[in-house]
Design a binder for this molecule. Structure first.
Ligand code: HEM
Length: 352
């Protein structure tokens, strides 16, 4: 009876076609195969964000009178509340880091080239959404650091030529950072961003399934592969297990702090700065003189960053050269320069 029911279910759900798809899917094996695990690790951390976020939602209330208090209640009165919140905060930061490692690894492996241009573009949007998860989530405890960092961040958005003032008003839900900003960021964090990210992720992964993982072998060279299931999946699970170990250790040994409740009428504490992933941009904008020719220095900075980001996003369309071309070495140099710039200016942004 049970066997017949299971067979009926397997037949209606098309399990056989999934089984045969998994049986035939392979993953290339080469010296850089290890980098294939970072897309999966980013996915794993996203799932942890959704699960721990749902738990936090049971107690959290997005108003200036209750946000700080409900987070305080979670970490002091709810059993393991402090750990769930610490895991959520650390996992959010590790997801940004992992998505960046994933991006640079597919960049240096040139996995963005034809026919994977759309995977790269969808990936870039996923990275932007991941950064926005961090930015919107940071304000939700309504503590002093987050309140003033959000002021800095939305001011930076306000520098965008033409659309800047609309963008700042849209993000803040008015001219200043107030309770309206908090409820708006809450809506972004628990509804808009999860919905967009899930849709884009399905698109991203469907394209990876369609084109398969890129291999580094020159055309015509034999490609050695391993079965996706169970070989790659089991290795991916070991990578997830490792990521869980790192996350658990950080969350338990360095519980995420809450700080003091935000007071919108107080003056900004000295040395306020945004989260680590915005530090390089923040510090660079501070270095630009207030006037560049007849233009506002910060606006020039934002425009240059915008153009650089657009150029980076369109790499699949201007890197059409074969593997051994001179341009390849140039691109590797560009990638190394971008990483060096991000690391050095983030460290300087943290210290200065
Ligand atoms: C939320 C963020 C992201 C998640 C969860 C994610 C997930 C994945 C997964 C699971 C894979 C297949 C395994 C692998 O190659 O690692 C993959 C492949 C890929 N991803 Fe992402 N990704 C994300 C962001 C990005 C970003 C930011 C980029 C680049 C800008 C990107 C570009 C690619 C490319 C080009 C591939 C194909 C790799 C190949 O064929 O070798 N992804 N992604």
């Amino acid at each position: 009876m049970l066997r017949r029911a299971l067979n009926w279910l397997a037949d209606r759900a098309g399990v056989d076609s999934i089984r045969s798809f998994l049986a035939h899917k392979t993953v290339p094996i080469h010296s850089a195969t290890i980098w294939y695990y970072f897309g999966g690790i980013t996915l794993f951390l996203f799932v942890i964000q959704v699960l721990t976020g749902m738990l936090l939602l049971l107690y959290y209330r997005p108003t200036p009178n209750e946000a700080f208090e409900t987070v305080q209640f979670i970490i002091t009165r709810v059993q393991f509340g402090w750990l769930v919140r610490s895991v959520h905060s650390w996992s959010g930061n590790l997801m940004v880091l992992s998505a960046m490692i994933h991006m640079f690894s597919v960049f240096f492996l040139r996995s963005y080239r034809q026919p994977r241009e759309l995977i790269w573009l969808s990936g870039m949007v996923l990275l932007f959404l991941t950064l926005m998860f961090g930015f919107s989530g940071y304000l939700l405890p309504w503590n002093t650091l987050a309140f003033f960092a959000t002021k800095v961040g939305t001011d930076m958005a306000g520098l965008v030529p033409v659309a800047g003032s609309f963008l700042r008003r849209f993000l803040r839900g008015g001219d200043e950072v107030t309770g309206a900003t908090l409820t708006r960021f809450f809506g972004f964090h628990v509804a808009v961003l999860p919905g967009l990210t899930t849709l884009l992720l399905l698109f991203h992964l469907a394209l990876v399934q369609k084109w398969g993982m890129s291999s580094r072998q020159r055309s015509g060279e034999p490609v050695s592969t391993m079965p996706f299931f169970p070989n790659f999946v089991l290795r991916e699970l070991i990578a997830w297990y490792g990521a869980l170990g790192v996350l658990g250790t950080l969350a338990a040994l360095f519980p995420w702090e809450l700080g003091t409740k935000a007071d919108p009428f107080a003056s900004a504490p000295a040395g306020i700065r945004p989260e680590w992933y915005f530090l390089a941009v923040f510090y660079t904008l501070k270095l630009i003189p207030s006037k560049v020719l007849f233009m506002d220095g910060e606006v020039v900075g934002i425009v240059v960053f915008g153009l650089a980001a657009a150029g980076w996003m369109l790499i699949p369309f201007w890197d059409r050269q074969p593997e051994e071309a001179e341009q390849h070495r140039l691109l590797t140099g560009v990638g190394a320069f971008v990483i060096a710039y991000l690391v050095v200016f983030s460290v300087l942004g943290y210290w200065r």
